[in-house]
Every structure is written in C-alpha cells, then in structure tokens.
Design a protein around this ligand. Sequence first.
Ligand SMILES: [Fe+2]
Length: 188
Amino acid sequence: MTSPALDRFIVEAAARSRVHSLAADRVLALAPLMLDLIEDAESFLEPQHYRSDPEGYTRNLIRDDPDHGLSLYALVWRPGQWTPVHDHGSWGVVGIVEGVLEERSYLRVSPEGGDQDIDLVRGGLQLLTRGAVTSFVPNPDHIHVTGVPAERARAVSLHLYGRTMKDFNIYDVAARTRRRVQVAHNES
Ligand SMILES: [Fe+2]
C-alpha cells in the first residue's frame, strides 16, 4: 500500500526527526505534518486500517520505519472502549480522523522513577474532534487514558510514535504500581 501523501509524510517526518533530538522539539516540528496528514487520510486509509474488535480498541499498523525510529498506526475506538492508564516512554503525535477521542490526564505526584509507590492524581480532559492534533513527550511521563464513552460514536485516530509501539507502561492506580506490557497490533 502506498500513497504520495503518506510517503511524503514519512519522508518529511524522518527528516525533521533527524534534525531535532529533543522530544519537545520533535513534536513541535511534526505536529503540523500530522495536521496535513489528517486532510489526506482518505487517500491512504484502507479497509484493514478500520479493523475493530468488540473486545477492545484496535491498533492497526500503517507504517513501521525502525530505520528512522518512527511508527504510524490507525487506532479504532468503538463506543465504550478505553485504554488502561498508561504512558508510552516515547514522544507521540496524534491526529483525529473521525469521531471524538477523549483523553483523560493523570499526574504523578510521587517522585519520578521506579515502578512502586506511585501516586497519581486525575487531571483534566480533552475532547479531540476531527482535525485536532495533540502530542506528548516523556519528560516527565505523560500518563493518560484515552477512549470513547459508550454514548458517543466510533472514533479513528492516527498515532505517530518515536519507536515501534509494541509495549508500554500500564498503571494500577489503587496498587500504586506500574508494569511494562506488550501490546498487540494488526499488521497491514
Ligand atoms: Fe497513549
């Protein structure tokens, strides 16, 4: 599967990633590219990128480019599907293609570092509509829950990360712990 818009995006994202070594600078440089990519999403999203699962939100790989430290996914959120509380250990840039993606933030109030004795407090939320772009950086850990409440329609979002996103940290808020888990994705 190829598309000029997608190929341009990957080439330009790789070039801008090379120039900027700091995560905060990278997302600054990459967010405008995501804004444009959303507009062209219909030119490269194919039926396999809209796969969904009644058991949970679905991660469909669009492009994995480990040579440039980039991966791009289409995530499909049926009504009522949410992530666990998690962080990525990476920067990320997210754009909304369809529906409203809800992001609920958590703030770590215990000292940074370690997987035990973690105190989280709930923060605010964002309602991200079609065309919106958001980003995060891992300094400190960006901890959040994303998903779609049961009363809203399906959402589809594009996620660009600074590595192949095959594992991330999930938090048990009550137990005050976090652990690294493997996360599955569908290949194209
Ligand atoms: Fe996330």
